[in-house]
Structure formats: C-alpha cells, structure tokens
Design a protein around this ligand. Structure first.
Ligand code: AMP
Length: 370
C-alpha cells in the first residue's frame, strides 16, 4: 500500500494530532517548523526554517495548521507540491473582510460590518452600525487578539490608536448572541462533503474553554441551515480538507457567520473519541484523495481545554469516559497545552462530567452555574 507522505507547515498540537491520526492509516507526516521541540516534532521529521526545499522534496502533499502563513510561503509551496486546502480557501480565510464579503455574496448572513481605514471611517461606521461594536484587525487575529469592543463614542479614538497601525480594520455590529456554534465539515477533491453535528462552544477571555457536541436544542432545520451555508463555501472555494465555520446563534434562532478556518479546529477535538471518524483523520483522508469517513457522533461528547497549567491530571484519568490529550507544551498563562475529551450516554450526565472538571474551567463558566 502506498500512501502519500503529508507535509505540515507548522508542528503544533494540530499537526501532532494529525500525525497521530495518520499512523493507523499508514499515512506519515513531516513538519516544517522553526521550533525543533514543537508538539508534533516527536512524530515525524521536523525541518527547520532553512530547510524548506528539503522538506518539500520529502513529501507528496502539503497542508497547514494555521491560515496565518505568509502568501509568499504558500505560493512557493504551491509551485512545487499540491497544497490543500487550496489558495482560494487560504486567501479568503486570512482576511476577515474578504471572509465576510464572500459569505454575504453567497447569501450567508454575517454581523453587519464596515471596512475601516481611518478614524473618520470608524466614526462614520460607529454611527451607522451603532454601539456597542467590535473593532478587529482583518488579518492575524486569533484567540481574541487584535480586537476591541467599543461601548461608547469615547472608546473610538483609543481603539483606533491601539489598532489603527494595522489598518485596514473591520468594524462589526455587536451581536447579542445566545450561544456560539461551529460547524466542522470536510470535502475531498471529488467534491464529496461530510458534515459533523453542530458543536456548542463557550469562550472566556477570547479563548475557547469548552465545547459540547452534538449541541443541544438543534433541530433538523438548524443543522440543515448550517450545512447549506457550509456547502456553499466548500463548493465555491473548491475546498479540499476540513473547513470550520464559527457561527453566532441569535435569540430568534438565526445563524450568523463569524469566521472560518480552513483546517482542523479546536472545537472539533471532541471528534477524536466522540465521532466515528475524527476531524484529523478526515482531513488526512481528504487531502490524500481517500474516501471520507463517517462524521456521525458516537455519543454526546465534550471537550475541555487545558489552559496555562496542567493541574492534577491523575484526577482526569480516574474519571470514566474521560480522555486526556496533552501537547508536550510548557505551562504558560493563557496557552493551550492540552484538552480533555468526555463522552457518555446523555447530555445531563455529560454536564455532570464537565462540572467534575471545574478545576480546568473559569468560575464564570455557565455550565458550573446550571
Ligand atoms: P473572533 O476572533 O472573531 O472569533 O472573536 C473572538 C470572540 O469574540 C468570539 O468568539 C465572540 O465571543 C466575540 N465576538 C467576536 N465578534 C463579535 C461580534 N460581532 N459580536 C459579539 N461578540 C463577538
């Protein structure tokens, strides 16, 4: 059996979990990352920054774990090896203005937004959209970085002073959402698509803290609506690999697209034990031209991120249905260093299991109050 060798740009936890998913399928990964001690490094050859050509020679197909790779690097790679997801997916998802404009062109609702190139633009847009509103950099934002919530006119100038150097910016109407959801999906080069059940996500200080999947109170119409939006994006982008769409659900049940990621995603980590085929395996299957695997959830599942400090991990190991995933990363405040997956027969029990992990959750977590 001959399988393509997969090259991953980056060697963080996403590359690590991709490589782990590849082993049983006989798919091996190599990594291109300046940090030779990165989380994925023990799982395949790791090429340093000066070894790009050697890295490319050693692999058959290239993918990435972050959309924040430079266009130059993506172009250089694309001239030498197939890279999936392809250039359209990368170009759109690297820029919030392009992302939201494309969604609107395809009939996918988003929060209202304006492009901001000056303090004047910001003042006019704040009048049009009203306050509160969220000012964001258009590129390189992640985990809530490069964002400011504007609550009163007095906030405009200081927010412009903080972020203006990175203009063009985007101003978005503040959405009083009832919850955040994500849809994870996969498409292969033949155009076959598969969709995971909607996942509910709770963020704190801009960082995902826990996910529950399948999300509760999702009827067929809501799942279908999210899938229609996703399908339009997948086909338009001729996407190959995993694509994640983050959505806000409003009080009237509407879904608004917030952002997309052309890759495996933190809100899909539950799929490792919780779905028939994990997002990591399906990403590899798609980019290697293999049949896609079932995206069905086996049981109600959850994922709790380990942020900053590992804590008493033996307590996790004692919990039935809990699965520990650590990333070999040093403890550091606000850093994602691992996650805990949970699964059990029903959602009420799942909630209890999440609550038992309160040491890994902020006191503000709604699940601890319910
Ligand atoms: P993002 O980097 O766009 O995913 O934003 C990080 C988090 O900020 C989101 O998960 C939301 O909790 C919040 N957020 C972002 N945009 C908005 C918005 N337009 N309205 C309300 N909350 C938002």
């Amino acid at each position: 059996m001959s399988n393509p060798k997969v090259g991953v740009l980056g060697a963080g936890q996403l590359g690590r979990m991709m490589a782990l998913a590849g082993f049983p399928l006989g798919i091996r990964c190599a990594f291109y990352d300046g940090d030779l001690t990165a989380p994925a490094a023990p799982l395949g050859a790791n090429f340093g920054k000066s070894q790009l050509d050697e890295f490319l020679k050693s692999v058959d197909v290239v993918t990435y774990e972050s959309e924040n790779i430079s266009a130059d690097l993506a172009d250089y790679v694309a001239e030498r090896k197939p890279i999936f997801p392809g250039p359209d997916s990368l170009r759109i998802s690297q820029n919030r203005l392009r992302e939201k404009s494309l969604c609107n062109e395809l009939g996918i609702p988003t929060p209202e937004f304006r492009a901001i190139n000056s303090l004047d633009d910001l003042e006019n847009a704040a009048l049009e959209l009203g306050l509160p509103a969220v000012l964001k950099t258009t590129t390189m934002g992640y985990d809530g970085k490069g964002q400011a919530v504007l609550r009163s006119p007095a906030d405009l100038e200081s927010a412009w002073n903080a972020l203006g150097a990175q203009a063009p910016l985007i101003l978005e109407a503040f959405v009083p959402f009832v919850r955040e959801l994500s849809l994870l999906a996969v498409r292969n080069a033949a155009g076959e698509c598969a969709f995971y059940p909607l996942t509910e996500n709770w963020h704190y200080e801009g960082i995902l803290r826990y996910s529950i999947a399948p999300a509760e109170n999702v009827d067929d119409a809501l799942q279908a609506c999210a899938e229609v939006y996703m399908h339009k994006l997948l086909d338009h982008l001729r996407h190959v690999g995993m694509l994640t769409l983050e959505l806000f659900q409003t009080a009237d049940g509407q879904l608004l697209a917030n952002e997309m990621a052309p890759r495996v995603h933190n809100s899909g980590h539950w799929t490792i034990e919780g779905a028939e085929t994990s997002q990591f395996e399906n990403h590899l299957r798609a980019i290697c031209g293999k049949p896609l695997g079932s995206t069905e959830a086996r049981e109600p599942s959850a994922m709790v991120n380990i942020i900053g400090q590992y804590g008493a991990l033996d307590d996790v190991l004692k919990q039935p249905g809990a699965h520990l995933h650590t990333y070999d990363k040093e403890e550091r405040p606000a850093r994602k260093i691992g996650h805990i997956n949970l699964h059990c027969h029903n959602h009420p029990e799942l909630h209890d299991k999440i609550r038992a992990l309160k040491d890994w959750l902020p006191d503000e977590a709604p699940i601890l109050k319910g």
